[in-house]
Design a binder for this molecule. Structure first.
Ligand SMILES: Cc1cc2nc3c(=O)[nH]c(=O)nc-3n(C[C@H](O)[C@H](O)[C@H](O)COP(=O)(O)OP(=O)(O)OC[C@H]3O[C@@H](n4cnc5c(N)ncnc54)[C@H](O)[C@@H]3O)c2cc1C
Length: 281
């Protein structure tokens, strides 16, 4: 079994930032990413990212490529297409099980982020789950589109669909939670508040037919199996250094309950964890 000081699970902004810092600090580490591409949720975003101090004029996808390129340039050891199936205790550290065999780390960093809630819907040509690329892939021009959800992403995506010529209706079970600013950007769009019956089988909401659904039910943490990590609302609880209730298992970025989720805080959290582990070694 290959042995490392640190195994990082997840190659989004938090895991990659952790890998960059560990590598520069001379710590032997390996990052495992489940998908075929590095950059995490930013790879879903074709929109300009206006929120990273000092970074301007880049889409989310360009930000993803830039962080991944930085990790490659510093010589971080990165493997894509390696979903971690389980993390279990093993001797003085942890066994990390992947589809391609096991690796051993004295420390483990859980940087597995979050994923859009499906609400029981299945992604298809006419049903997009979560914001970004899947929504942009829908053919909406001149078509009736139901956005299900009442948060920021629901209203953001309602605006994008309207701008692409779609006829949007928003369905929100409760009073919409979206910022007023975002709601004000889609004046005149019908917003139905209250319980609704949405059926993918015949693409209806309350009996009315729609060509497309955009499911915007927020996000939930993605946590690999095997460790009994303490959670709050599904997110991994960590202390101010990023350590979980299991000694030597750290977590950073959107999988935690720590900071407002965005690229800057996720990256900063990865840095904090890297520094803390380097100090311990
Ligand atoms: C459409 C969209 C637009 C956004 N726009 C902005 C913006 O403009 N500005 C901003 O600051 N933020 C934006 N965000 C939020 C930002 O992308 C996230 O806050 C950030 O990516 C979180 O980083 P992370 O590394 O914690 O998690 P993630 O980005 O979720 O990365 C986690 C990674 O872990 C991998 N993984 C999960 N499970 C496993 C496993 N078992 N084994 C191996 N790998 C695993 C996943 O495949 C993923 O690559 C946007 C998000 C979306 C969806």
């Amino acid at each position: 079994m290959e042995r490392y000081h640190v195994i990082i699970v997840g190659g989004g902004p938090s895991g990659l930032s952790c890998a960059i810092w560990l590598t520069k600090l001379g710590v032997n580490s390996l990052l495992l990413e489940a998908s075929g591409i590095l950059g995490g949720l930013q790879t879903r975003s074709p929109y300009e990212n206006l929120w990273i101090p000092g970074v301007q004029g880049k889409t989310g996808q360009e930000v993803a490529a830039s962080i991944a390129g930085h990790a490659v340039d510093v010589g971080a050891e990165l493997r894509v297409g390696r979903p971690v199936l389980a993390v279990t205790r093993d001797g003085d550290g942890f066994r990390v099980t992947t589809s391609e065999g096991d690796v051993h780390g004295r420390f483990v960093v859980i940087a597995t982020g979050s994923t859009p809630r499906t609400g029981g819907f299945t992604p298809s040509e006419t049903v997009a789950i979560g914001p970004g690329e899947p929504m942009e892939a829908l053919d909406v021009e001149g078509r009736a589109v139901a956005i299900l959800g009442g948060g920021d992403n629901a209203f953001d995506q309602a605006r994008f669909v309207r701008d692409r010529g779609g006829r949007v209706t928003v369905f929100s079970r409760g009073v919409p939670r979206a910022q007023k600013l975002l709601q004000d950007l889609v004046p005149g769009i019908p917003v139905n508040v209250g319980a609704y019956d949405a059926r993918q089988s015949d693409m209806t909401v309350n009996g009315r037919h729609f060509h497309c659904f955009g499911i915007q039910y927020g996000f939930e943490a993605v946590v690999p199996a095997g460790l009994d990590l303490k959670r709050r609302d599904g997110y991994v609880e960590v202390d101010r250094f990023g350590e979980t209730n299991v000694a030597n298992v750290f977590a950073c970025g959107e999988v935690t309950d720590f900071w407002h989720p965005c690229v800057t805080t996720s990256a900063a959290h990865g840095v904090q964890v890297a520094k803390q582990i380097a100090k311990r070694l």
